[in-house]
Design a protein around this ligand. Structure first.
Ligand SMILES: C[S@@+](CC[C@H](N)C(=O)[O-])C[C@H]1O[C@@H](n2cnc3c(N)ncnc32)[C@H](O)[C@@H]1O
Length: 211
């Protein structure tokens, strides 16, 4: 998306909650690789999707500084919970700070650990899953969560364009770009009983709904 389109869309949509502006600013100032943060337009999309399905249980894989968590939490029903898994305390400290001061603090469970291990400990039925961690494991994450998604539930997978890496000739692709390309080519087969739509938001977002 060009800067011109992005700023036009931001200006035309509803204003962002102030705490998300603060979180983005603080992430830029204090955390390495701030570009990993989900960002304004995709964040508003996550919030809207969550509000539409009004989930009881959300799983986020890859917390970073908690921007996506807070966007997704906006749609939780009043007894709903969001579980978010992060491997790095260097990233999670800022998420913790913003979760504590948010109105969703009691509904957010931040889990430190490797997502492949931690997902399997959660005995939940998911209404909404956001996969946004180490991209080479997308397929494993999808296979782990898909059986636990309820009918009508959604799985969102971020960065499926690998910053353009999926368009490179095969022999020039880095290993994560190869993994993302393979995942994209297999997702309609992996999503048994589901339908797959891919949006060109930011770095590409796949949406899978269990039918
Ligand atoms: C793209 S960022 C997540 C952005 C976040 N979802 C947001 O909305 O701003 C990816 C995060 O996944 C974490 N991560 C990478 N590998 C992981 C793993 N195996 N288990 C859990 N978290 C992991 C990284 O430390 C990083 O904070």
């Amino acid at each position: 998306m060009t800067e011109k389109i992005e700023s036009y869309l931001i200006k035309s949509g509803s204003p962002l909650p102030g705490y998300l502006m603060d979180l983005e600013r603080e992430t830029n100032l204090k955390v390495a690789k701030p570009q990993m943060l989900t960002g304004h337009i995709q964040g508003r999309f996550l919030s809207m999707i969550s509000k539409v399905i009004n989930p009881n249980r959300i799983l986020e894989i890859g917390t970073f500084t908690g921007y996506g968590t807070l966007c997704l939490a906006e749609g939780l029903n009043k007894n709903g919970l969001i579980f978010t898994i992060e491997v790095s305390k260097e990233n999670g400290w800022l998420a913790e700070k913003y979760f504590k001061t948010s109105s969703f603090n009691d509904q957010i469970h931040l889990i430190y650990g490797s997502a492949l291990d931690e997902i399997q400990k959660l005995k939940e039925t998911w209404d909404l899953v956001y996969i946004d961690a180490d991209k080479q494991n997308n397929q494993q994450y999808f296979n782990l969560v898909w059986p636990c998604v309820r009918k009508g539930g959604l799985v969102l997978i971020d960065n499926i364009l690998a910053r353009g890496g999926v368009f490179k000739p095969e022999n020039e692709k880095k290993s994560f770009e190869k993994s993302v390309s393979i995942f994209n080519s297999e997702i309609t087969k992996l999503a048994i009983g589901g339908i797959v739509t891919i949006l060109p938001i930011r770095d590409g977002l796949t949406i899978v709904r269990k039918e």
